[in-house]
Write a protein that binds this ligand. Structure first.
Ligand SMILES: [Zn+2]
Length: 402
């Protein structure tokens, strides 16, 4: 079978909203006709036998990714993270250790493909608006690919959160105001620079989809029964849905795994839309949550996220701060130093029906990025436990298992 890369000009985008199809160009990150979000066109059909073990990182799945010349493919050895079984809910849950990716989060899958596609399209300088994992990841891959990188973040962002991206040589543009102001500044056109916003760019989503292929590989060419992920903008959930959809196109008998998105109650507009049976998301008034990675008032691809969950037979639920802190304490007690956002999915398990088939929970990011937040969450969980008179820590931690 011919997997040789097509010229970069062969990549096409399709608008989710109006269906317009256009050749990919460096400066297009949203539909030039209606402003809608883009996906890679056409939809992918993929069989696991087409994975190429000779190629490193996410590019093992290059047959399912935008076709770019091998010289433009950037990899830091991302992907192929361990999948291990843990006891939970009186049974076994499989945990996907994405916190072990090169920069410490699953976003490396998306960044590897996004930055590579932009390089193939001739981009020498890119812009991203993020103050967290995505900034660190895009900065690392841009640096590896010899591409200049600017990160737009709110001026109130703590220097510690930007340290990783800065260490990879990204220029910091601190913007007065909040997250929307930083986003607007990043999106504002600049000569000689392409906007690479990960929540918008279709190549990022394509990269994240490699997680779905890898899960099916690790389960012996089977898909899991369900996958549970933290949900903010929904990129992780959508990437999984795209992957399982690509496998289903190749094998129509394949059952789509149930996809469960778990939000922090303080930022739960998708869960609210799900409960209401809505097909789009109404922006939420933000609250406070320790789960920094999923602070999102309205996903860019809100309709697509809700439709994917519905198609999969899954659900969107939300968990409160005490449950997140308790779940983080449990993961730490089991030896996993993850960021609080990862604990949201672990907490959500208590709200979901048991699954007879393999259930996967994705741990999304490393605790090494947010030691202060991890420490605060542990302190909050201890305070809650001490408030429950006479209940020893161990029983509180494992109460959900009985
Ligand atoms: Zn459009």
């Amino acid at each position: 079978m011919d997997d040789s890369p097509a010229p970069a000009g062969a990549i096409e985008y399709r608008c989710e909203a109006c269906g317009d199809i256009q050749a990919a160009v460096a400066l297009h990150w949203r539909c030039p006709v209606c402003g809608g979000a883009l996906v890679i066109h056409p939809d992918v059909t993929f069989e696991l036998c087409r994975a190429d073990p000779e190629v490193g990182g996410v590019w093992r799945f290059r047959a399912a990714l935008p076709a770019i010349p091998g010289d433009d493919r950037i990899t830091l050895g991302e992907a192929a993270t361990p999948l291990i079984a843990l006891e939970r809910q009186g049974g076994s849950v499989l945990v996907k250790l994405e916190q072990l990716q090169p920069t410490g989060s699953y976003k490396d899958r998306g960044a590897a493909v996004l930055v590579s596609v932009l390089r193939a399209l001739g981009v020498a300088r890119l812009r991203e608006d993020s103050s967290g994992n995505a900034a660190a990841s895009i900065a690392a891959y841009a640096s590896a690919g010899g591409i200049g990188c600017e990160i737009f973040a709110p001026s109130a962002t703590s220097p510690a959160k930007l340290a990783q991206a800065a260490a990879h040589g990204a220029s910091m543009r601190l913007v007065d105001g909040g997250r929307p102001d930083a986003e607007a500044a990043g999106q504002s056109p600049q000569a000689g620079s392409a906007y690479a916003g990960h929540n918008w760019h279709p190549a990022f989503l394509a990269g994240v989809s490699t997680l779905g292929y890898e899960l099916a590989e690790q389960l012996g060419a089977r898909v899991p029964g369900s996958v549970v992920v933290p949900l903010g903008y929904g990129n992780l959930l959508l990437g999984l849905w795209e992957a399982f959809s690509a496998l289903r196109r190749a094998d129509p008998a394949l059952r789509m795994p149930r996809l469960y998105g778990v939000q922090a109650e303080a930022f739960s507009p998708v869960a609210a839309a799900w409960r209401a049976g809505a097909s789009s998301v109404t922006p939420a008034r933000p609250g406070e949550t320790v789960a920094e990675g999923i602070r999102c008032t309205k996903p860019v691809r809100d309709r697509r996220v809700l439709a994917a969950v519905r198609d999969s037979g899954g659900a969107v639920v939300s968990v409160g701060e005490p449950a997140i802190a308790s779940a983080l304490s449990d993961l730490l007690a089991r030896g996993f130093y993850v960021e609080p956002t990862s604990a949201v999915a672990w907490a959500g398990l208590d709200l979901l029906p048991a699954d007879a088939d393999a259930r996967v929970v994705v741990l999304t990011g490393s605790g090494l990025k947010a030691p202060g937040a991890v420490q605060d969450a542990v302190a909050a969980a201890r305070a809650t436990q001490h408030g429950q008179a006479g209940e020893p820590d161990h029983d509180a931690r494992h109460g959900a298992e009985r």
